[in-house]
Design a protein around this ligand. Sequence first.
Ligand SMILES: [Zn+2]
Length: 1083
Amino acid sequence: MEAGSLLRFAAASGRFTPGEAKLAASQASFLCHSYPHHYTWLPFFQICSKKRAFPRPIGNRSFCTESTGDFFNTSKRRSRGPVMAAKKAAEGGKKEEGKYKHTVDLPKTTFGLRANAVVREPELQKLWEENQVLKRVSERNTGDRFTLHDGPPYANGDLHMGHALNKILKDIINRYKLLQNHKVSYVPGWDCHGLPIEQKVLKLMDEEARKELTPLKLRKKAAKFARLSSHRFGIWADWDNPYLTLSPEYEAAQVEVLGQMAMKGYIYRGLKPVHWSPSSVTALAEAELEYNENHVSKSIYAIFKVTALPPASTTLLEEFLSDIYLAIWTTTPWTMPANAAVAVNPRLTYVVAELLPNPEGTTEVPLNGKKAKIGNVLKSGEKKLYLIVASELVPKLESKWGVKISVRRTFPGSALEHCRYIHPINGTECPVVLGGDYINTESGTGLVHTAPGHGQDDYVTGLKYGLKWISPVDDEGRFTHEAGQFQGLNVLQDGNSAVVSYLDAQLSLLLEEPYKHKYPYDWRTDKPTIFRATEQWFASVDGFRDAALEAIKQVKWVPSKAVNRILAMTSGRSDWCISRQRPWGVPIPVFYHVESKEPLITQETIDHIKNIFADKGSDAWWYMSIEELLPEKYRGMASQYQKGTDTMDVWFDSGSSWAAVLSKREGLGYPANLYLEGSDQHRGWFQSSLLTSVATTGKAPYQGVITHGFVLDEKGLKMSKSRGNVVDPNTIINGGRNAKEEPGYGADVMRLWVSSVDYTGDVLIGPHILRQMSDMYRKLRGTMRFLLSNLHDWKSENAVHYDDLPVIDKYALYQLESIINSVKDSYESYDFYKIFQAIQRFAIVDLSNFYFDMAKDRLYVGGSTSFTRRSCQTVLVEHLVSLVSVIAPILPHLAEDVWQNLPFQYVMEDGSVAKFVFELKWPQLNGRWLNMSADDVDFLGTILQLRSEVNKVLENARAGKLIGSSLDAKVFLCATDSSTLAKLEEMCMASNDADALHRIFITSQVAIINSRSHEEAAYSGSYSDPSSGEIWIGVARADGLKCERCWNFSTQVGSFVEHPTLCARCYSVIDVQQPLPAAAGVN
Ligand SMILES: [Zn+2]
């Protein structure tokens, strides 16, 4: 039935409420919606089914009558109906056409087309909460436990899109697993220690309040934050019992992990250069650094006077000794006071380079010259200079320094070992040493200024040569007295300049120039860090690196290439500095001997402190006495010890969550099934969790790890307040100040977006994308509404047995089953965007084009109790229940809204009624639906392709004014292939109405003819494919008269005396149904 006639029935009817009429009209227009061109319609079976290879290639145009997208044509043809009908309805319509209106089954539902999500979603969330739906379902489920372990974000700010992406991905997985009969428990976590919190809390408080701040107060703040959080995204979690890294039981578990590592010998105290943040006044771990690509350092070329040659190089260099210098390059001049050696690479070739004055006598520097400053020693141009540099770098240095170089000697780097030079600042004599391959010719001179107190490579080289070294910089980044005249100056500011000026004054500076490079910044303060040697606690990664690498290989990484990233990071990382010099954290529970400074950490001390923390929290470390903190065994020696003041790296906190949460909480499992965080966590939480877990138990804390990218704006730019491109999840859900520009879309539209992106890379979001998502959501809602509204009178006992279904209905179930299987595969492999695409194609485009389009005639005018209507409803029920479960993990609110408007009770296999959508289980595999014969599937595929071509010819006929709607038409088909011909004839004579070709084409008649008949059919086209051959299509006006009730043309109209305006089908429906009301005829 055409949308137009439907609407007229509705509009002319006094019996239907205006709402019902509107519903029918909107359904008609929903189904006739003009999809944009790029949705060139490809029937679902061509795209999605993996079960059978179809003979027709996708997008094959050989059968096309016209090249325009089929659906576009179809929609144009059909969209006339509702427009005209709506106009007529507005004008009052023709009253006499209401004669059979009461025999038409109009759709009916309480489910609105508009989501009204801002109001409705919180109602649904309340419903779940009040009924403890997900908890009950998890308890009811009989499958394996599924643990997705939440990584704890910092409890210090508002939620942004990154959180939304992360939490929604997790929720989609958890809800899917729930439908798959797993027991699911999801405990959200919050990282509560460390600087970010300390800073945030302090910033928000006035001075008085700051003095009052106790960990207890902060704990309350964090807990409150946890409650408010991502709840509104529709995240199902144990919100009442989140894990907080500051809870006593957590801290105790963390101390236990530390103790186990210490007892295995993996924890040690050492003096080593570490990343130090002067701005935060603490050591930092690699994971707390952010590399600034645009950092500009003051780089210098400096020279150190050689004073003594070892025997090996005496003959080589002796003649230059009075004027020979080592040339070095550094980007940290402030480390010069700590210089202890110059290192060369024994495998590189070096030269004695005689500096000749520039022929033009210029002192300008030609390259990078804008801000470069030439040193005094070069300015005069008089001093004789023999510089030792790497051979390869000679041309580069000539142009850089603006000089000519004459190479006087060439020799291997090994010849330089044990040469001695004068320290340019303190005047002591220092050695030339051999370093490793970190010395290269990519930049600099090939000789490396070595300050073991300020660099990792330097430190290693220093150990090798037993170099005496210093680190004359204090916690705030100021030179100490060990730096002599520079004492008190800030090494990153005036201290740096002072060193450069001093070198220049000493004629040790060749050139100074700004140098842009990647430099480690403190991720919290966004200020540069330095390398500085201090006494710290370390976890010896070397001790368990091999086990960690082995454990990594046992884990399933998504995307799979991530395994290389974490392998590289783990194999390359140095020992983990775990101590911090900040008060807000879990103390490293170590005592130091007052005199010897020897640390005391034993199984007994750890056990004792662990118990205290479990009872009182780690505050106890600060307020309890040493006597109380020491176990009985050591109590008598309390006066000989003092408490350590270091706290643990917050990555140790969160990295212990497997021990504190997974191993301790009921309902969770260790190792977890899954960790899921941003890709930056390869060096953060994934790594610290792995290290603590492998070090203590020998295995990874997770079986699978998924990483996602960052959320960028629509143009692919990073979001920032200054750019004004920040998308706020709360605004997406509830709307912004300007409701037109920023409507409240609700959580489901945001969740739909999450499902649509390939999260393994960076993802984009913005107003345009959100509008697209909202559009898709609305259409999906329309699909669900069509299903609900045509099942308003459904009873399960009306269901038609599968064997008795028309072929076209079996085919619809075949398609449904195929998509459910393919969607399941995509859920299992976490490829949610594939689900999004499949739903978009199937539930929105294909169903509307094919099954729903044909179903309308059967549903509305087939007769309330007719076989054709009931078999159609049988198919619709399956679609409704399957689709609603399939979309529920992604769109839980929509799914529940559908379920709450279900016009019948849904009884599950165990006899219970599913009152909430999550009480359903994932649709059971219906192997039978899939086992439809290959012949039937192929032939119905052909029919649908053919139908597309028929629609095009009909469209031409309509444009040529031969017909109005498709029901005005009769279609002729002529097949060259005899078996195709036979099959078409068979379909024309289908025993049931639903399979008849003219019903499938939505025309009044179809005739199979033996030869093409252009006289009869003015409009024609053709379809062909390799298996069915060519089929000629002709279109003419339909025979007979138009049936008043269903608008189909029939030669039988007029042959029934009592109902002269009805066709045979409608006559039989009326006859079976009920007598006409007496008044109907009068109208
Ligand atoms: Zn009829």
